[in-house]
Design a protein around this ligand. Structure first.
Ligand SMILES: NC(=O)c1ccc[n+]([C@@H]2O[C@H](COP(=O)([O-])OP(=O)(O)OC[C@H]3O[C@@H](n4cnc5c(N)ncnc54)[C@H](O)[C@@H]3O)[C@@H](O)[C@H]2O)c1
Length: 249
């Protein structure tokens, strides 16, 4: 893939879900661009492996734990402040995608998806926005499911529709100091969609004008664009990264 050059020297990014397929590529593109990183995910081991892989470890700190837990969020924000002097970019990538038809979904299953995919984003942004510096940016992770629904993933689709509405609402509230946008990926080759691709991959490819699934780095590049000066007049927007699988009206 073409190497796109962004300059985030002197900037700090907080990324949740950083050990995941997309999160680690977001970490990589921001690190390559010179940013310091606060990386959150459930387990410390994979975060430390990623840190070693990125190199320049003095620009990376890890905060293992549940990204929907307010105490963990506060600890990560404190790390941004003490280690790097503040925060510029907030990128909540963490998400879960369990399968369950609506009529079979228990209250606990519904709440768990909402808790990680929507409550966690709200809690992180509520705590982080006051410490984000002038000119900062948020990039939320929605999904094509949040626009058109998703068979057997109603809780997931509803949580992602919530992320889209939260993105627009927050953009109204925090401009011009901070821009707030979202990305809606289509099918991106990560562990999250291994089963989906096995079950319906061929069918989805037939509906995708670009004729393939996406790569995590193709999503990460859009996150970097949205945080960069090249996107200085974009806020409240949701960018589709899906090879044409879904074209929003
Ligand atoms: N891959 C796709 O096709 C696709 C499509 C649409 C949207 N998305 C969205 O993109 C984002 C990244 O997805 P991915 O494909 O990289 O998935 P992934 O499963 O590879 O990574 C998700 C990461 O989030 C972490 N995580 C889950 N719950 C967490 C919690 N409570 N606290 C901290 N970390 C937690 C996981 O440990 C994992 O590392 C998600 O929000 C997902 O909904 C992905």
């Amino acid at each position: 893939m073409t190497r796109i050059v962004f300059n985030f020297m002197g900037k700090t990014a907080l990324i949740t879900g950083a050990s995941g397929g997309i999160g680690r590529e977001v970490a990589r593109v921001f690190h390559n661009a010179g940013a310091s990183l606060v990386l959150m995910d459930l387990h410390e081991g994979p975060l430390l492996e990623l840190t070693a892989d990125l190199g320049d470890a003095h620009r990376v700190v890890v905060a293992a734990g549940d990204a929907s837990n307010p105490a963990g969020i506060a600890a990560a924000l404190e790390l941004a402040r003490t280690q790097f002097g503040g925060l510029d970019f907030v990128i909540p990538v963490a998400g879960i995608y369990p399968e369950s038809p609506v009529i079979d979904t228990t209250d606990d299953e519904w709440r768990r998806v909402m808790s990680v995919n929507l409550d966690g984003v709200f809690q992180l942004l509520r705590a982080a926005i006051p410490v984000v510096r002038q000119g900062g940016a948020v990039v939320n992770f929605a999904s094509v499911a949040g626009h058109r629904g998703s068979k057997n993933h109603g809780h997931y689709a509803a949580s992602k529709a919530g992320v889209i509405a939260l993105t627009r609402s927050l953009a109204h509230e925090v401009g011009p100091k901070v821009r707030v946008n979202a990305i809606s990926p289509g099918t991106i080759e990560t562990p999250m969609v291994t089963d989906l691709v096995k079950a319906r991959g061929a069918e989805m490819l037939a509906e995708t004008p670009l004729g393939r699934h996406g790569k995590p780095e193709e999503v990460a590049a859009v996150a970097a664009f949205l945080c960069s000066d090249a996107a200085s007049f974009i806020t409240g927007e949701t960018i589709h990264v899906n090879g044409g699988l879904f074209m929003a009206g």
